[in-house]
Design a protein around this ligand. Structure first.
Ligand SMILES: [Zn+2]
Length: 113
């Protein structure tokens, strides 16, 4: 699992931003995680609690927004949500498509005090 390194870099980013804002405490972190990244929110939360100890982000609330995997069919041009990694277009049953959502992994915003 790669959640540990992801959480560490996320925390570094948050702490850097909080420092720039001269914050005393980080209240909330809004995270966006695409389904395709395979990152498990509970794991991020677990590592976050552990890694943030002793920093100004200690005790911050982690709000995770999950983004479902979406693809656009190259044959019929329709947009659809990919279910259970079933890479077949539900409209024309083709399997020639491009991924348009689900690879996101970033800190959307943070709230500091
Ligand atoms: Zn199609």
């Amino acid at each position: 699992m790669h959640e540990l390194s992801i959480t560490q870099s996320m925390l570094n980013l948050v702490l850097g931003q909080a420092e720039q804002a001269k914050a005393k405490k980080v209240g909330k972190i809004n995270l966006v995680i695409g389904e395709m990244t395979g990152v498990v929110g509970e794991c991020v939360q677990f590592y976050f609690d552990f890694l943030s100890r002793g920093t100004i982000a200690d005790g911050a609330a982690l709000a995770i927004k999950a983004v479902p995997t979406k693809a656009r069919c190259r044959d019929c041009g329709k947009l659809f949500e990919v279910m259970e990694f079933d890479w077949t277009c539900p409209h024309c049953h083709g399997n020639n498509m491009e991924i348009v959502a689900g690879k996101e992994l970033f800190v959307e915003s943070i709230e500091v005090e």
